[in-house]
Design a protein. Structure first.
Length: 225
């Protein structure tokens, strides 16, 4: 589906200095819940039978979203090659790895508090965008599954531009695609290095720790009332 839409700006009582501020959301653990330990406990119950073994296999499979999984996020490797690489590296059966990859997109469930804040921002006339490290099959699933994806005026998935956060190139690409100057953007992400990378490039940025804290921040900035 097309992710680029025109924004319907509305008259509000918000401070004039913030009228043009656009909000850019990360997805994992900000808009969508992501609990890989719970995923592995459900899909690989024999392997991930305890919190300790679940944490072990999370590190082995996802590699802190570097390595094989980082290549998947950046669109450098497709599912069949990813399965083969992870199985060979970890000793898991290919069927086990495939089960994890197949189950992962649906395990990205909306965080209701953040979605409610997004609705308030949209109702206040704010332009919403996203910038997310996300494998292509997962991105396509999210676009199909969630009607609120239509609220976004645009977005960048790492797998479609072949580079991951926190590389400067993906932030530069996002600004060009959105047609925005860095100072006009407020970026919300849960991962500290991504926040620091954005700030170094002149973006406004807030580290996400929860929807209540984000609500306070947005009110203080005059972005919602």
């Amino acid at each position: 589906m097309s992710m680029i839409k025109s924004s319907a700006w509305s008259d509000t009582l918000l401070d004039a200095s913030t009228v043009d501020t656009a909000i850019v959301f990360d997805f994992g653990r900000v808009v969508f819940d992501w609990q890989p330990e719970a995923l592995l406990s459900r899909v690989l119950p024999r392997r991930a039978a305890t919190p300790e073994t679940a944490a072990h296999w999370v590190e082995q499979i996802f590699q802190s979203y570097q390595g094989d999984w980082g290549d998947f996020d950046s669109g450098q490797v497709e599912v069949p090659a990813l399965i083969e690489r992870i199985a060979r590296r970890t000793g898991l059966d290919e069927a086990e790895v495939m089960a994890v990859v197949d189950a992962a997109p649906a395990s990205l469930t909306p965080l209701s508090g953040t979605v409610a804040l997004m609705k308030r921002l949209k109702d206040a006339g704010r332009s919403l965008y996203f910038l997310s490290n996300m494998p292509l099959p997962f991105a396509e699933h999210l676009e199909r599954a969630h009607p609120f994806m239509d609220w976004f005026d645009g977005g960048v998935f790492s797998s479609r531009v072949k580079v991951n956060k926190p590389a400067a190139a993906i932030f530069d690409h996002a600004l060009k695609q959105f047609g925005l100057p860095a100072e006009q953007v407020l970026f919300i992400d849960d991962h500290g290095p991504n926040i620091e990378a954005a700030k170094a490039l002149g973006w406004q940025a807030v580290q996400f720790v929860g929807d209540a804290e984000l609500e306070r921040e947005l009110i203080e900035r005059g972005l919602i009332v």
